[in-house]
Write a protein that binds this ligand. Structure first.
Ligand code: 1CP
Length: 355
């Protein structure tokens, strides 16, 4: 078993006693850090950082040099799987991710294979191995993937979307075709996450950024069903420890009971729900991750601290089973000192909840 100097994050996910509430930030490595922008400039573009294990490791560690974060997250992207399926990922400046060959019909789906994690995606596993070695047991390493539904939105829309008309057209006109794609993606995600676990990831998270654009029935059929399949297929013990799995669907406050029923260890919350309400509904089954509005980091420091304090008291008594986080990724124009104050506040203000 790899010795861990700080296992607070893993313990909280398993609802075991901890001394304080652990914290990490979604997108904690990224453009709000000048040292990240420097590395990306040197590498030329974002995917070149992902494909180079030493650079991916460097930017993963950067936020941990600045702040006493309780976990590191692999530096990569959810779109590595569609790219490995041959869709041709590229980034247009200021416009986000795009695909050269988006999915348009059943024939496109029949053509795509399930990527070999130690083949086309070996660069991701190499990054995991390098980061794990460099962390040297300081904090746990989080592996991640996109959910099948969220990956499918990018693959069918050809990039980011606001109205999701192309994927919804397929969903309502040809549901079986979309199911075929989602099933292939679920199988791919299972292999991919299990390979990250074998390479050293000590917990995994599934990002379902766009599940919240579905109706309750469609969410269950087209997103949650496939996340449940992933939870069932994951390696849940490795290296002498449990490997906790966190599911995060943005805008899913209405469906928390259904998410918790998948058998995941933790549910990620965005900021549109009170954590108190979430805890009352599913806190006896799973840990909760979240849930400060990322825009709160623009506020003056005392206001950030007040919000941290509100969320901690909302989670309340006992305190364990809570991993503090933002409700979504940190914005690129946030002052890093505000992020530092946020993290320090969580540690300081949470201690009384763990006596
Ligand atoms: O340098 C740059 O300009 C690239 C910006 C960037 C970064 C830093 C992208 C492109 N991806 C990433 C890294 C990333 N993406 C991580 C790294 C680990 C960390 O948290 O520090 C993670 C976990 C992701 C996950 C991701 N990528 C998600 C799910 C989580 C979320 O934020 O909702 C999604 C939807 C993506 C797609 C994507 N990749 C990049 C961008 C700008 C986007 C979003 C596009 C959109 O809004 O549709």
């Amino acid at each position: 078993m790899t010795e861990l100097k700080n296992d607070t994050y893993l313990r909280a996910l398993l609802r075991q006693p901890v001394d304080y509430t652990p914290v990490w930030m979604m997108r904690q490595a990224g453009r709000y850090l000048p040292e990240y922008r420097e590395v990306r400039k040197g590498a030329g573009d974002f995917m070149s950082v992902c494909r180079d294990a030493d650079l991916a490791c460097e930017v993963t560690i950067q936020p941990l040099r600045r702040f006493p974060l309780d976990a590191a997250i692999l530096f990569s992207d959810i779109l590595t799987i569609p790219d490995a399926m041959g869709l041709g990922l590229y980034f247009e400046t200021g416009e986000g991710p795009k695909f050269e060959r988006p999915i348009t019909c059943k024939a496109d789906i029949d053509k795509i294979g399930i990527p070999d994690p130690e083949g086309e995606l070996q660069y991701v596993m190499n990054a995991v191995r390098t980061i794990k070695k460099t962390l040297n047991g300081d904090v746990p390493l989080i592996g991640f993937s996109g959910s099948p539904w969220t990956l499918a939105t990018y693959m069918i829309e050809g990039g980011s979307s606001k109205a999701f008309t192309k994927i919804k057209k397929m969903m309502f006109a040809e549901p079986q075709t979309l199911h075929l794609l989602l099933d292939k993606l679920a199988d791919s995600v299972i292999l991919y996450l299990n390979a990250q676990i074998a390479a050293g990831a000590q917990s995994v998270m599934v990002f379902d950024t766009w599940g919240g654009v579905l109706s309750p029935r469609d969410y269950k059929e087209f997103s949650l069903q496939y996340m449940a399949k992933i939870v069932d297929g994951l390696t849940r013990h490795n290296d002498g420890r449990k490997v906790p799995v966190t599911l995060f669907t943005k805008n899913a406050g209405m469906w928390l009971e259904d998410i918790a029923a998948t058998g995941c260890d933790a549910v990620g919350l965005d900021w549109t729900i009170d954590i108190e309400n979430a805890k009352a509904r599913i806190g006896d089954k799973v840990a909760l991750q979240g849930n400060m509005d990322p825009s709160m980091l623009y506020a003056p420091l005392p206001r950030i601290e007040q919000e941290v304090s509100k969320i901690l008291s909302g989670f309340g008594e006992g305190g364990t089973g809570h991993v503090f986080n933002l409700g979504h990724g940190i914005h690129p124009d946030v002052n890093p000192d505000h992020a530092g104050h946020f993290i320090e506040s969580v540690h300081r203000l949470s201690k009384p909840y763990h006596l």
